[in-house]
Design a protein around this ligand. Structure first.
Ligand code: B12
Length: 162
């Protein structure tokens, strides 16, 4: 009798081991890379009468507050432009302004889920000029909260007449 019980126990243990060995592995979620790590970029603000700011800025996507536009995200997910948060030109401008005590203002356009940058250091475009945004010399095809910046990028806000 004792032998029979011992044999049953061995069989049960073996069956359990087999079940565990053949159980499908639970899929582990792959760790998501941090797309919004702070990057250092070179920022230039070129006004109608000369350079208004030039410097290296450490920046990442973040919420931005302007007098005219209020508080909104500015982290590259604006308008679904990027799937996750990233550093952006307007967030870089905002960081430069805060660290260097200069002002900027922008209007919020819900239609673009973005700000138009209207005034930097009290210089506005008026009716015949605007602040053009370029990265590495190329005007961005989207607004300044939608474009992804990479480390070392040359970001410029240039007063441009039209
Ligand atoms: C005219 C125009 C401009 C003019 C607007 C002033 C003017 N004198 O009319 C100027 C030259 C200033 C301009 C600038 C820019 N523009 Co623009 N512009 C247009 C255009 C051709 C027509 C807009 C319009 O008149 N709509 C009709 C009026 C009745 O509607 P509205 O909502 O009142 O229009 C206003 C807004 O569109 C706003 N506006 C214009 N451009 C942009 C860009 C952004 C990001 C925001 C938030 C608002 C904004 O200015 C208009 C007049 O007040 C559109 C293309 C299109 N077909 O829509 C591109 C367009 C809106 N612009 C675009 C872009 C990318 C820009 C810039 C970011 C380019 C750059 N790299 O510098 C800059 C803005 C930079 C900044 N300072 O923030 C993109 C926006 C795409 C997006 N998803 O963000 C568009 C769609 C063109 C494109 N690439 O397809 N623009």
């Amino acid at each position: 009798m004792r032998q029979l019980l011992a044999r049953r126990s061995v069989i049960a243990t073996a069956a359990l081991g087999l079940a565990l060995a053949t159980a499908p592995a639970v899929a582990e979620a792959a760790p998501q890379p941090n797309t919004n790590a702070a990057v250092k970029v070179n920022l230039t603000v070129q006004g109608p009468n000369g350079l208004l700011f030039k410097g290296k800025i450490k920046t990442k996507g973040h919420d931005v507050t302007t007098t005219t536009g209020g508080t909104h995200k500015c982290d590259g997910t604006n308008g679904g432009a990027n799937p996750s948060k990233v550093p952006t030109p307007t967030a870089a401008l905002d960081d430069a302004a805060r660290l260097n005590y200069f002002s900027w203002d922008g209007t919020w356009y819900a239609s673009f889920d973005d700000f138009s940058v209207d005034t930097i250091k009290n210089v506005s475009g008026g009716g015949s000029a605007y602040w053009s945004i370029a990265v590495n010399g190329t005007p961005t095809p989207v607004g300044g909260c939608q474009f992804k910046l990479n480390a070392g990028d040359q970001v410029s806000f240039t007063w441009t007449s039209f």
